[in-house]
Design a protein. Sequence first.
Length: 690
Amino acid sequence: MFCVCRGDSDLVRVLGDSGAAFRHAADAADAVAQAAAGEGVLILADDYPQRQREISADLLDAARDKSLRLYIEFPASLPGLECGQMRSTEWERGVVASDAFAPDLERLSILAIHGCRFAPVDAASVTPHIVVARVAGFDRAVFGLPPVDKIWPVLFEHDGMLVASTRLSGFVTGRFAPAGAWRAIWAWIVRWAGAGDVDLRWTPTVRASLGKDEALDGSVQRRAMARGADWFTNARLFIHPSWADQAERYMLAPGADTAAPGPRAEWPCGDGRCGMIEGARSFIYPDGTQMWRYMRRNDCMGEAAGAMAMAGKARDDAAGQAIAANLCDHIYTLSNLAQGPRAEPSSPSYGLVRWYPTDNNGVYYGDDNARSMMGTMLTAAVLKSDRWTEPLARCLLANLRTTGPQGFRSGRLDEEMLQEKGWRHFWTTPRTNFAPHYESWLWACFLWAYARSGYEPFRQRACNAIAMTMDAYPDQWHWTNGIQQERARMLLPLAWRVRVDDTPENRRQLRFMAEQLLAFQDSCGAIREEIGSAGRGDYGPPASNEAYGTNEATLIAANGDPVCDLLYTTNFAYVGLHEAAAATGDSYFIEAAQRLTDFLLRIQVRSERHRELDGAWFRAFDYGRWDYWASNADLGWGVWSIESGWTQAWIVSVLAMREMKTSFWDVTGKVDLRGPTAEYAAAMLGGEDD
């Protein structure tokens, strides 16, 4: 078998490392001339995606005369084959369309061919083995293939040849997934070309740090914490003044995702004063790099500040702690996030912090404000500084006074709505919202604020809402992306309710909710996702092929898919279990948190080639395959996304707390809000705090 390509081709390296019998040639005509009758010649797409392979009629005639088995990638044209205008996949994924790879890979199995650019070929005119199509499903196209006019062959047989209308040989560099599926595909192609059975082996350029059963040494937790904290700077998330204008242009570019190629290697990393970009989008380019989101979100920056402060404390890193302080300054004073009407004492939005700088004058999610404030709490505690206690007290009270008498705030409030109705409307209007995703971490913040200020309305409204929500479980709960994340988010307020009021009933309810969540914890420590009751949730799996990629969505196609979600569930469960263990000393929580820790240590991203990814945690992990894999339907936030705040920051923060043998509640125990709360409560709530 000949491989016609550059010497650094993924396939050449893998074949060499796997001990396969092959010869390398730089020119296709030379390979055809040298090949013996019946041998295989693989002509690869060196210049993909910029230029297609030119295949001459003379070369095809010579190959036919010798009965050579030709595999041709990304050809510009072939006799008898009509190709359409070049196009790129958007939401289409690879799908196995034949039984060629069985039993290793069944028909309708789903594949990721990242950054796929191809020439459309009429599916009815060839015998396709792999097509690209918009299909719903976790690892199998659950609704089958779309109509023939909406599928495009990318690996097919034509006139005795095997043809790929894209480049499939870049499977290592392009991080094609799942890795096991591509081993089966390339083993079949090599066998088709006449080289026999080869056990193809390669190390993915981006992979889990440790195997499922690999031993953990005594320092792995500290190393993981440090790598997780270093990821923020290695990925250049902190905007530097020299490229702040470019980041702004990316953020304001048309399209809701504000995504673009990541910060370049020559760009210096900032120190937090200019803010921070959001994280990595799930889209992967052919060279294995990813698209990044340049949004400067309040929640992510606050959470990252907490992580940098905690990790800085744990490893004596003054630079990390300085970044934490600068991020808090950016949120409250250096940006417009807390300015405008939010800085006007007469405004109903006074004290709130907007979602991001261009969010239609002001969007206020209670859970986003909560997580940002929690990052501020950690930063203030670690740095022993009171310079953020006043804005923190204002933000806590601003969220409280837009919370109803039963303790529920609703999913989000907007500036226009607040200005129209005034804050008293929200303070006095009864409403319920049994959706922990949106409500519960704000309750946790209120309990924390009560313990550090003694201000009774914080406790009263939070405890009332927690009790009502527990009584409403599960039939009245509204889930987002899945029921597991709702359970995970309830752990923190339940744990901190025990801190405020340690009763047997409060401990029982905390244990009960943990048991509901951990009923789906695998022996490896992963917490499996679950879809909630029909009609009670948002953003479940796509209901059709056409719906794939049109909205937010869960990572699974059906309950039982072996996937954990580190954006919506695992990350928040980790915080909740850690705080529950600290609040109760119960071995049940301690052991569950340890299992989850061991799992997170193993699946942290390891990459020598992509320093901007090393030390991160992707959103999804398939603990059956032990690979990053799931349904990628979520609009922009699929399998390979990295959320700097929700995911990375909380995992790093908890690892730092474990290293320091402390908890969030204890490390922030000396933050004193009594003075600022008394002052601002009188001004912001007047006589309505009873």
